[in-house]
Structures are given as structure tokens and as C-alpha cells.
Design a binder for this molecule. Structure first.
Ligand SMILES: [Zn+2]
Length: 601
């Protein structure tokens, strides 16, 4: 095992200081000078004319073709799949920076916990791969499912043998047992806690990787009659299932080339899609799609084709997923698989052409719902009202106003009512506080609409020549965590009296952060796009747009807070918690007055 040091902020700073972005990018693609900037053919998508823009001063890149962007560290991570830590080490060696060790428990240079888990996972990966090559059971199974051997290698599918201790006995010669346990590869029974056993037995093993390709976990499908068809390595701080999409590391390039992603349910659907020539499919791994998964996907594309099973449960899941994705500002299409068929079973029954055709014919997800509405010929008015309400809540989540209006018009025509009826109902629903018995509010509420207003505010703030006299709402007004971090840093500068944003200092502050979600969402990568996209001068209308948008963000937050207060006041009343009740009623009145004043201006 390589001896590694822990990274300090100073080490990260020193590397970021030393790195030469142009030199780094030139290694992979031809760079040309254009005035102050440099341009290059983008290595992240296929193109003939250069759309990758490079800023050598702030060391940021942004591609106008595919939206890839970030700092020099991100560029290296994206191209190599290295982790943040490995990237720093690699670049430190390259630019001759000595890495000093941090003080603390690991000051002796022992690899830190995440590196030990990584080593355990990699060892298990090699073990599972080797077993697949020698054992007949998984080979026969994969043959029956007609999985091409090229795909088995591309996706690194392996096999956990049908035994309790084969893996642990093999791996514990190289990897300490506690590390295997931290990696979620072994389990212990309460009856014999000192005799750990293999967590995965007689299962086909699918490696789950970060978008950059780092191995994070495994999903195992039983080849026997185990009750649990699928089992994952247990969730750790290293691996949270709801933050990842299976297959994204392999599909990234295809998604950017196609300009869209196919979202399916399981591992075999991703393989089945790939076997049908669709190398831009990712899976939510069986569970309901999460907001984090949607945000992750939206970093790579703005159009998603839903390829869920054609049965009742699949349609229901697709509807929920569509709502989440519309809220995130994505265009959503639905591929209509026959009932009981998913991409992989359709490939086996009717061949890869059938899968390609079904995906190619995918239709706008909202339009499908509108077409499903009972027509004006349907006589039961209550049925029509109920269906209308369901579709209206879906249309409400479409962020783009012109598209939303268009959907309402089509739906009204279909239902045989005036469009105003639907629009009034929609406006009324937006004003209504949430019902008191609705589920408890999450710690941080989901963004109600696309977050593009947040990006717009940041873009304008970065370009504004005079920031004095502007009112800055609290950072909580930003729902997107990476954008919130950028806003906080900008607001700090403005409140310290800066006339304009010092973008170099901003990039320095943010560049040190690793970001959440397995290093995929570093604020500095988002700011690259915001800073490099804008080239024209700041006009007077920009100035007023900035003020209006900031105020709108403040109001959006206040409205949401009001909804939450209404629910909480209700709860406090039920529970007789008078102190909380008074405090919240007071806050509610203050907020209402504030909102009223602002809208009256
Ligand atoms: Zn690109």
C-alpha cells in the first residue's frame, strides 16, 4: 500500500497556485489564443470547431457546447477519473510541490479512512471479476440473458461465490478486516460476532461508481432463490445510494454527445440499453428517484427520456420522476414500453431494434398526461375534475412560462373548459398554504421551480460595476447548495464594502472546497460557467434586473417560510406549545407585512 499524506488547505492552495491551466489542457487537446482568452476543442464532447473557453488568469474552463466547466483540478478529475486527493497528489508531483502532512491522528502518514475503504473496494472488485471468469453459474446466467462479453468487461460485472467465507479468507491476507467491514463487504451475526462472513453470496456484482469513475460500492443480484433479489453495500458516509446514478461514469460521454440521457430503473436495464446501442443510459437503482439524483443528471444534460417499465407501478414511478425533473428545469420525455416490459426484457423478446425504436419515439411526458385526460365526451364531471387536478399539478411544475401556458391551453381544450379555469385554479393552489396534515417539512425544502434565477443573480452580481446600496437577502434564499456557497462568498465581499466582486479572490475561496455528493458539486465548478459565459458590458437594464431578481429570491424564500410557519403553527396549536406558537405567529406577521410592502412597491 502506498503511503500517503493527508491534504491540508495549504497543500491544496499551493497546487492551485502552481498549476498552469493552459499547459494542463494542451496535453489533451490543441489550444489556440484568442485575445485575452484561449479556446480549444472540447475533450468532453465531440466537436469540429472549438467551444472550450479557457481563462488562464483565474484558471477556469467552460465549454459552450456541452456545459462542462470548472477549475484546473476539475479538469484533471474529469479526464482521469482521479479523486480530489489523488488529483492534488498528482499535480503536486508534476509541479514540484512538497506535500506536508497534517497534524492529527493520521499524522504518521497512514492512509486515511476513505483511502483504506477505497483499497478494500478495489481488492473486492478484482476478486469478483476473477470469480466471474472461473465460475460456470454466473457465466451461464449471463449467456441466458444474452449479455455481450464486451459489456460485462465495460461495466466490470463480477461474481460473489456461493459461500460464507471465500472472499474474506482471500482478501484478509492483503486488506485488514476492519477495512473490509467499513467498506460494507462483510457482515457479522449477533450470535457469532467474532466470526465475520461475506455479505454477498451467489450474486452477480455490479460496481457502482462516482461520475468521475471512482468505485464507491456494489450492487448484488442473487442468482439463487434469496428473498432479497438485490442487495447493496450498506450506506456509509462513503456511499449514499440516493446521491448516485448507476452507469453515469460510463454514459457521461454518450449523454453529452446525444444531448440527453435515458433514465431506467435497474442495472440490467442499463446493460440492456447499451446492448441495444444506447450508451447514454443511467439507472436510479431501484429506489424512487431523488432530488439529488435529478440535480446530478441536470449537470450533464437538459433532456431526459424516462425508460421505466410499462406496468402500473412503472407508470406511477415515471409520473413522480417527471414531476421532480420538470421542477429542475429539465425537458422530460417518456418512452412507452409495453406493459410488463422494461428495456432489457424488450431487447430479449423483440431485439435491440425494438428498444431503439421505443426510445426514439419517446414523447413529451406532460403531453402524454394531457392526452390521457378524459375527453369532453366523458360524462362524469367529478372524474374529469379529479384528473384535471392531477395534470394541473404536473403542469405547475414546468418552470418555463411559455411552455406552461401552452400545456394549460392544450389541457383546457382536451377537457372542454376555458383555459382561465385551469389558470385560476393553478394560481389559487400557489397561494394556499400547505394542508396541515401534509408530510413534515424536510430539513431543507426542495426548490419549487428551476433554479435559473439563482444563476442569473450570481452572473449579474459578478459583472456589476457598483454593488453599493444593494440589499442582499439571506443565503437561505438560494436552494441549490453550490450556488448558495457562491452567493455567500459574493455577499461577504459586498457587505465588506467592495464596489465590485473580486472574482479572483472568489475563485480562491471556493476552489479549496471539495463539495458534497462525492466531489461532484464543487462551487468553483459552477462559478466557471457563470464567469466565463458573460462577455457583454453591464447595462442599466442588467442593474435593474439584478435588483428585481434579488428581491424575487427574497420573496420566494419568505413565501416558502410562510407555508412552513403555517404548518408549524398548526402543529403547535394541536400540541398546546404556546411559547413556540407566539414566536411563530409573530414571525409570520412580520414576514407577511414585509411581503405586502414589497409587492406594493
Ligand atoms: Zn464540451
Amino acid at each position: 500500500m502506498q503511503r500517503r499524506s493527508r491534504l491540508t488547505d495549504e497543500a491544496v492552495d499551493a497546487v492551485r497556485e502552481a498549476v498552469d491551466l493552459i499547459d494542463l489542457v494542451s496535453e489533451h487537446t490543441k489550444v489556440e489564443r484568442r485575445g485575452q482568452r484561449f479556446v480549444a476543442l472540447c475533450p468532453f464532447h465531440k466537436e469540429k470547431t472549438p467551444s472550450l473557453s479557457l481563462d488562464p488568469e483565474r484558471k477556469l474552463y467552460y465549454c459552450f457546447g456541452c456545459g462542462a466547466g470548472g477549475d484546473a483540478l476539475r479538469f484533471h478529475m474529469e479526464l482521469t477519473g482521479d479523486t480530489f486527493a489523488t488529483t492534488i497528489e498528482h499535480l503536486a508531483r508534476r509541479y514540484g510541490i512538497p506535500l506536508r502532512r497534517a497534524s492529527g491522528p493520521d499524522a504518521d502518514g497512514r492512509p486515511d479512512r476513505s483511502e483504506r475503504i477505497q483499497a478494500a473496494l478495489e481488492a473486492a472488485y478484482d476478486f469478483f471479476r476473477a470469480k466471474l471468469r472461473t465460475e460456470p453459474v454466473p457465466q451461464q446466467y449471463l449467456q441466458r440473458r444474452k449479455v455481450p462479453s464486451e459489456l460485462i468487461s465495460r461495466f466490470g460485472v463480477g461474481y460473489a461465490p456461493d459461500d460464507w467465507r471465500t472472499m474474506i479468507e482471500d482478501l484478509s491476507r492483503r486488506i485488514p478486516v476492519p477495512d473490509l467491514e467499513s467498506a460494507g463487504l462483510i457482515a457479522r451475526s449477533p450470535k457469532a460476532p467474532d466470526r465475520p462472513y461475506d455479505r454477498f453470496r451467489n450474486r452477480l456484482m455490479f460496481p457502482i461508481r462516482s461520475p468521475a469513475g471512482r468505485l464507491l460500492a456494489f450492487g448484488g443480484r442473487t442468482l439463487g432463490d434469496d428473498q432479497a433479489k438485490y442487495v447493496n453495500t450498506n450506506e456509509t458516509d462513503h456511499f449514499r445510494k440516493g446521491t448516485l446514478l448507476y452507469g453515469l461514469d460510463a454514459a457521461r460521454r454518450g449523454i453529452r454527445e446525444q444531448g440527453r440521457a435515458l433514465l431506467v430503473e435497474g442495472y440490467f436495464d442499463v446493460l440492456g440499453a447499451a446492448a441495444s446501442g444506447i450508451d447514454w443510459a443511467v439507472a436510479s437503482m431501484g429506489t424512487a428517484l431523488t432530488g439529488q439524483q435529478v440535480r446530478l443528471l441536470s449537470r450533464y444534460t437538459d433532456e431526459v427520456v424516462l425508460g421505466y417499465d410499462g406496468d402500473r407501478a412503472g407508470i406511477e414511478a415515471a409520473r413522480k420522476a417527471a414531476g421532480l425533473m420538470l421542477e429542475a428545469g429539465l425537458n422530460v420525455r417518456r418512452a412507452l414500453f409495453p406493459a410488463g416490459q422494461d428495456p432489457d426484457s424488450l431487447r430479449l423478446d423483440e431485439g435491440p431494434e425494438a428498444v431503439r425504436a421505443t426510445v426514439a419515439e419517446a414523447r413529451d411526458a406532460v403531453a402524454i398526461e394531457i392526452d390521457d385526460l378524459p375527453s369532453r365526451a366523458e360524462l362524469d364531471p367529478r372524474l374529469r375534475a379529479r384528473e384535471a387536478a392531477r395534470v394541473r399539478t404536473l403542469i405547475d411544475r414546468v418552470g418555463e412560462p411559455i411552455a406552461r401556458r401552452g400545456y394549460f391551453e392544450t389541457a383546457a381544450e382536451r377537457l372542454g373548459v376555458k383555459v382561465d379555469v385551469l389558470l385560476r385554479e393553478s394560481a389559487a393552489a400557489a397561494e394556499r398554504p400547505a394542508a396541515p396534515d401534509s408530510p413534515e417539512p424536510a430539513a431543507r425544502p426542495r426548490p419549487p421551480v428551476t433554479s435559473s434565477i439563482e444563476e442569473q443573480v450570481l452572473r449579474l452580481t459578478a459583472a456589476a460595476p457598483d454593488l453599493r446600496g444593494i440589499e442582499w437577502p439571506a443565503p437561505d434564499a438560494f436552494f441549490d447548495p453550490a450556488l448558495r456557497a457562491i452567493y455567500e462568498a459574493m455577499r461577504e465581499q459586498a457587505q465588506a464594502g467592495a464596489e465590485r466582486i473580486d472574482s479572483g479572490a472568489l475563485v480562491d475561496v471556493l476552489g479549496r472546497r471539495r463539495g458534497t455528493d462525492n466531489e461532484t458539486d464543487r462551487p468553483v465548478d459552477r462559478i466557471a460557467g457563470l464567469l466565463l459565459q458573460r462577455s457583454s458590458a453591464f447595462s442599466e437594464s442588467d442593474e435593474s434586473e439584478l435588483r428585481v431578481s434579488l428581491a424575487e429570491l427574497g420573496r420566494r424564500f419568505a413565501r416558502q417560510r410562510l407555508n412552513l410557519l403555517a404548518r408549524e403553527i398548526n402543529r403547535a396549536q394541536r400540541e398546546g406549545d404556546m411559547e413556540t406558537l407566539h414566536r411563530m405567529i409573530e414571525e409570520k406577521q412580520q414576514l407577511s407585512r414585509q411581503l405586502y410592502r414589497q409587492s406594493g412597491r
